[in-house]
Unconditional design. Structure first.
Length: 325
């Protein structure tokens, strides 16, 4: 017969009620008592019944996380941190890769609802906002507007764009190309290119913007950037909306034999461990990935617990100057 709460209580020398309070993290429990309970659980090989715990608390302790793809360095790192912070609050994660497909994202939303997750954290790039607006559950967006009453967590995207553009101008660039994603999608990240426009206007420099949709294959992205550099050989600076685009631009420039950073300076945004590990020379504006993940988890838990949660879109960024500028 499997051991139960009464067996744990007997070994720990406490009441079954105390064991239940420890397992459900309810009320004040001294560290000494908590240790006794956990030591007793280990001694008799007792594991809490998660299904019964969920029924008792009217929660599943599962959170759905939907991202475009974990192969994206930024989203991969954010997911890793979200999982960590959820585990610190005794929640588990159901990870969904939408693969930039609207139908896939909608199917995942339905699947998560059927599995009765307690909430969702979403950072996709598809236009399915109306779907999230109709959900009757806690939802938090990461760098994505999902609905009027859904909180959004992001870095200070305007500051990122301002910092990147100003850096290139200060380095002497006169013809700066801004590479960004799909402008039709309403995302806080659009503020990066908005800052670029305003900084260029301040100093009277011409603006050039190239839209490269996130869903596009890398080979197609390379061709767009290659053709742009061919059409505008005067380009001496590139502000890429994310580090992946910056790395593609760097690759294209080297293919064309352009000297970096003498003839062309390149800066990106994200500053993830993966990108900086493979391309340590890249100049970038680093997002606070850990902070983004923690704030998103904290806000979602607040919503799950019936509290209010406001958007937070001003998390600080910083310039990491490498050899590409």
């Amino acid at each position: 017969m499997k051991p139960g709460i009464k067996d744990v209580a007997k070994v720990a020398g406490v009441s079954p009620t105390t064991v239940s309070r420890v397992l459900n993290n309810r009320g004040y429990i001294s560290e000494e008592t908590r240790k006794k309970v956990y030591d007793a659980m280990e001694e008799i090989n007792y594991y809490p019944n998660e299904i019964a715990r969920a029924l008792l608390n009217n929660r599943t302790y599962f959170v759905g996380v939907i991202v475009p793809t974990v192969t994206s360095p930024f989203h991969g790192e954010v997911v890793e941190q979200i999982e960590y912070y959820l585990s610190q609050k005794n929640y588990k994660m159901l990870l969904c890769n939408s693969k930039n497909q609207m139908d896939t994202e909608k199917a995942y939303i339905d699947m998560l609802r059927r599995n009765q997750v307690d909430g969702m954290i979403v950072g996709t790039h598809n236009a399915v906002v109306e779907t999230y607006s109709r959900l009757k559950m806690p939802v938090v967006g990461i760098d994505r507007y999902l609905g009027e009453h859904i909180p959004v967590v992001s870095c200070d995207n305007y500051a990122a764009g301002q910092m990147a553009t100003r850096h290139l101008i200060d380095k002497g660039c006169q013809h700066i190309l801004c590479i960004r994603g799909n402008s039709k999608l309403k995302m806080p990240g659009n503020n990066r290119s908005q800052a670029y426009i305003q900084e260029m206007e301040k100093v009277g420099l011409p603006q050039m913007i190239l839209e490269v949709p996130f869903i596009m294959e890398n080979v197609e992205k390379q061709k767009l950037i290659y053709d742009m550099l061919n059409a505008h050989p005067e380009i001496d600076g590139i502000f890429a909306g994310d580090d992946s685009l910056a790395v593609i631009a760097l690759h294209v420039a080297r293919q064309k034999g352009i000297n970096i950073p003498k003839d062309l300076k390149i800066i990106g945004v994200d500053g993830t461990k993966q990108i900086l590990g493979f391309v340590p020379e890249l100049t970038t504006i680093q997002q606070p990935v850990k902070q983004i993940a923690k704030v998103a988890v904290d806000k979602l838990i607040d919503l799950i617990e019936g509290k209010t949660a406001e958007s937070c879109m001003d998390l600080p960024v910083k310039l990491l100057e490498g050899q590409t500028t």
